[in-house]
Design a protein around this ligand. Sequence first.
Ligand SMILES: [Zn+2]
Length: 397
Amino acid sequence: MSAIHYWNYPTEIFCGPGALNTLAERCALLGMRRPLIVTDPGMLALAPLALLKAHLTAAQVEFGVFSDIASNPSLNDVAKGVAAFKAGQHDALIALGGGSAMDAAKGISLASVDVDGLQRFEWSQILQHYPTLQAFETLQLPRLIALPTTAGTGSELGREAVLTDTEQQIKRVVSHPELLPSAVILDPVLTRDLPPTLTAATGMDALTHHIEAFCSPLYHPMSAGVAVEGVRLIQQHLLAAYTEGHNLVAREGMLVASAMAAVAFQKGLGGVHALAHPLGARYHKHHGLLNAILLPYVLVANRSTISSDIARLARYLELPKADFDGFLAWVLGLRQQVGIPHSLAEIGLSDEHAEWVGEQALADISSSDTNARPLTATEYSQIFRNAVRGDLPGAHA
Ligand SMILES: [Zn+2]
């Protein structure tokens, strides 16, 4: 438990209680002389930032703090961050927080070097112009070290940033190989004060990443293997992390599962994320909470395509009923135990704009085209309506 593990898969990972204390040495080895800490405003009064600042101060590392970001960071937040980065003459970034801090830090890194970077490396451009990682030009972006304080997005191990275009009310996915953090520090001490509601929503986001990646039709057996073990870690640790926040074994298990999910979803995501992205942009609800509510409805919609794979996963999890229905019952049970509502209506959404949601979900090329089976805009609208009302057709749980 006390050991700090070192992995490089797909980047350097330091994992374990107290892993924060490896940071200053990493900064020195990576040539980071004057990092800008990017965090969300809610973190300013919390222990993780205090611990981070104390560690850097003790190691005589000069740093600044930028926290002017929304919970779904926008292109405008990134522009403000770039201004702070330049004004403070920073040469590197440290992201401390959940997905919003990670995504904002990545956006700042890219936009600080390439003013058109957020457009040039937007997902649709990438699919057209950069078929492999080698096809990207080298930008020599500022180094980034990521310290997650939630266990959900896995953004610390990703090359993507999700940024909200507030004018068009859509989320833009930006990707470049150099957005992958140079080092990742998974210290469960930084997550132990995460409130139960956020522990639940972020943990269910990680679960959704693993399940959607596992069900994606893309051929990627390595990621499929990671997804299977990731689901098992969440089965083992999410409830304990939710009910006993200071249980560092559970917190570490969830941090590892969340990071692994970013490796798993190289295989793709699916309909849950295709729906959650436009809903998050329009209604400003927490990404993980939206996924947690939507997950069973999309599983049922995909049932005919995924039932034998899900049965195999259910056997690995040693569920009492090792088939699709048993798995769905497990998801519903876990979701309820960690206090997630069953319907979108319970968090204030109506199906008034169901057609728009369906069209946007279909257009979400970061995830809709890797759903287990192709869904039409009409089908996405129907899944959304079901999730608003809490109707789970085809569930025999
Ligand atoms: Zn997600």
